[in-house]
Design a protein around this ligand. Structure first.
Ligand SMILES: NC(=O)c1ccc[n+]([C@@H]2O[C@H](COP(=O)([O-])OP(=O)(O)OC[C@H]3O[C@@H](n4cnc5c(N)ncnc54)[C@H](O)[C@@H]3O)[C@@H](O)[C@H]2O)c1
Length: 356
């Protein structure tokens, strides 16, 4: 089996790479990434890319068809991956998360790839507090990021046929350790605050619902999607990935983290304007289709995993919200230095070379 992981050098990619290397020791694994966050490593483990057979650098908007030679499955993680970046760089978000995702699938299909796995998001449900949303529920994307995922899904699903399986995994918000940790994700942010300042600052009023999933369980879901048969769920599938038990309100997440470290204070911004991005999600379909790949981590075990991971890495930066572990900070810095243009294209052949 030959698997191409596009967008492999972010937060999810390294965890997926380790998982696939362990689960399929003889598979050929290829990574493809622009490398925007390649330097944002935490800890001192060897580069996660050593578990790949090959790493290719490039922009997902311009993929050479030779990349697909002999490839059985493509996993597409490449994205401008959150709302703040999507709001600031809307055009690039649509171009990368939607247009390039569809073109990548078309090129993969032409080249004879059999399985395409797309990392979508439960944020497509937008504001959905009245009941748990199912895959057939109406979507309500409130941001450019969420819109880009809806637009991609809409064109990807009809591309599926007997020879080309398409799986759009609508992931819950990720949490947990990774070689390229992100601290712009709600639970990770809270743990970092608790560890470095003994304080958790909740930016919202704490009431929004946010389902979570450990990044290791995302990797297992992708593994399932790569190998799933079309018999049970059809050639084109959209499925929510997470667990019903992990539908939590943001304030409950903050208190759960505080409970794990003595003396941590929780500050909730009761004056914050309401955050409309609040959704509860049903994971019944995923449970039915992938019983052997259900999430194994829960809130408590993930909090402990993160506290230990940050300690192991010697992470003590109380100004972590200004650090390179927030994706937007990295993009902003590259923009200021002129290494990225407004379309978020890397100037690999000019300023980048001279910059060092
Ligand atoms: N982390 C979450 O909570 C979460 C939840 C739901 C869905 N997802 C989706 O999962 C995927 C992976 O998320 P992540 O947390 O690892 O994000 P990330 O930002 O850490 O990684 C994204 C990767 O895509 C690469 N990339 C961006 N633009 C590119 C381009 N033009 N060409 C090539 N590579 C490019 C980046 O360099 C980076 O390595 C994304 O599609 C994201 O939308 C993530």
């Amino acid at each position: 089996m030959k698997i191409l992981i596009v967008g492999n050098m972010g937060y999810v990619g390294p965890v997926l790479t380790r998982h696939l290397r362990r689960a399929h020791p003889h598979a050929i694994l290829i990574g493809f990434d622009a490398g925007l966050f390649a330097h944002c490593l935490i800890g001192s483990a060897p580069l996660p890319e050593i578990y790949l057979d090959r790493q290719v650098f490039g922009d997902v908007r311009h993929v050479d068809k030779n990349l697909f030679e002999g490839v059985d499955a493509v996993v597409n993680l490449a994205a401008i991956s959150n709302d703040p970046m999507g709001n600031r760089f809307e055009e690039a978000t649509i171009a990368i998360n939607y247009k390039a995702a569809v073109e990548l699938a078309a090129a993969a299909k032409r080249a004879g790839v059999r399985s395409y796995v797309f990392a979508s998001s439960c944020s497509v449900y937008g504001c959905a507090e009245e009941g748990a949303k199912q895959e057939s529920s109406k979507v309500d994307p409130l941001t450019a990021y969420a819109r880009s995922k809806v637009m991609a899904e809409k064109e990807l699903i009809p591309m599926a046929d007997d020879r080309f399986t398409v799986t759009c995994l609508r992931f819950s918000t990720a949490c947990g350790m990774s070689d390229r940790l992100r601290l712009d994700l709600v639970l990770n942010d809270f743990v970092a605050g608790a560890v470095t300042q003994k304080k958790i600052v909740v930016m919202s009023d704490g009431t929004p619902w946010r389902p979570l999933i450990n990044v290791k369980d995302m990797a297992r879901a992708i593994d399932w999607a790569i190998g799933r048969s079309a018999e049970k769920a059809g050639v084109g599938l959209i499925v929510n990935v997470g667990s019903n038990e992990w539908n939590c309100q943001v304030r409950d997440l903050a208190h759960a983290v505080a409970a794990a470290i003595p003396g941590v204070e929780v500050s909730i911004n009761t004056n914050a304007p309401p955050d409309r991005r609040s959704y509860r999600v049903s994971y019944d379909l995923y449970k039915e289709l992938a019983p052997a790949f259900q999430p194994l981590s829960d809130l408590k075990s993930t909090i402990i995993e993160m506290i230990e991971g940050l300690k192991r890495a010697g992470f003590q930066n109380p100004a972590y919200r200004d650090s390179q572990y927030m994706r937007l900070n990295v993009i902003r810095k590259f923009r200021e230095e002129g290494l990225l243009n407004d379309r978020l294209e890397l100037d690999r052949f000019d300023k980048q070379i001279n910059a060092v």
